[in-house]
Design a protein around this ligand. Structure first.
Ligand code: PEP
Length: 247
């Protein structure tokens, strides 16, 4: 059975003042009925991890390098994320794939590094509007799953987020039928490759303009185990309402 997870991606947002949102969340959710994860920018990871302490809110990063250390200016490794208190790392977000040209092979290598360092890899997949209009969504998502996810994963080391690129930060979301189709497909693909036990245990998140107003409807979809939330994760009240819809 896959864990329910509400994951927040703060992207390139947040400074010391933003930690007040975490304080509000810690106070509001001493014992949430689902997993809660916040992935702040790398500059805040250590501070945020200390803030949540050993409580139920987990922290993570938004990317890692495939190597453990070395001459890679500006990058951080999975070991560094672990050292800063993170337990998860988002990999292959469409903004990384677009802005930094990340390929499935690179995401795969990062996922190997992440799981090797003891982190949970949150691997993102999703089509552009052009690919959806061309009827390529399932082929694309299937290829991203096959290429970006390494062998040997488990429900404890992998989370998959389906994030249609055209729904991220746009206020547009796919229909419930479209979300259902892709999530059923992803569950089937993971089950085909890793077996029923692992395939059924990987949390499948939907991401793209999730808000308090649409969360409950999305979470009612059978193979949606939670959400990866960008903009609405920045404010404790909004993210809290999404957590409420998931519990
Ligand atoms: C994201 O960045 O992963 C995301 C889903 O963003 P938003 O919720 O703002 O669409």
């Amino acid at each position: 059975m896959a864990q329910k997870l509400a994951a927040g991606n703060w992207k390139m947002n947040g400074t010391e003042a933003s930690l007040a949102e975490i304080d509000a969340m810690i106070a509001a959710y001493p014992d949430p009925g689902c997993g809660v994860l916040i992935c702040p920018p790398a500059t805040l990871l250590d501070r945020l991890s200390k803030r949540v302490g050993s409580g139920p809110i987990a922290t993570g990063a938004q990317d890692c390098h495939a190597n453990a250390s070395g001459a890679h200016t500006g990058d951080i490794s999975a070991e560094m994320i672990k050292d800063a208190g993170g337990a998860y790392v988002i990999l292959g977000h469409s903004e990384r794939r677009t802005d930094h040209g990340e390929t499935n092979e690179q995401v795969n290598a990062k996922a190997v590094a992440a799981t090797g360092a003891g982190l949970v890899a949150v691997v993102c997949v999703g089509e552009t509007l052009e690919q959806r209009d061309a009827g390529e969504t399932l082929d694309l998502v299937g290829a991203q799953l096959a290429g970006s996810i390494p062998d040997g994963i488990s429900g404890e080391t992998l989370v998959v987020a389906y994030e249609p690129v055209w729904a991220i930060g746009t206020g547009r979301i796919p229909t419930i039928e479209q979300i259902t189709e892709v999530h059923d497909f992803m569950r089937a693909k993971l089950t085909e490759r890793f077996g029923a036990e692992v395939g059924g245990a990987v949390s499948l998140l939907y991401g793209g303009s999730v808000k308090p107003s649409n969360a409950a409807e999305i979470f009612a979809v059978e193979n949606v185990d939670g959400a990866l939330v960008g903009g609405a994760s920045l404010k404790a009240a909004d993210f809290g309402a999404i957590i409420d819809a998931l519990q």
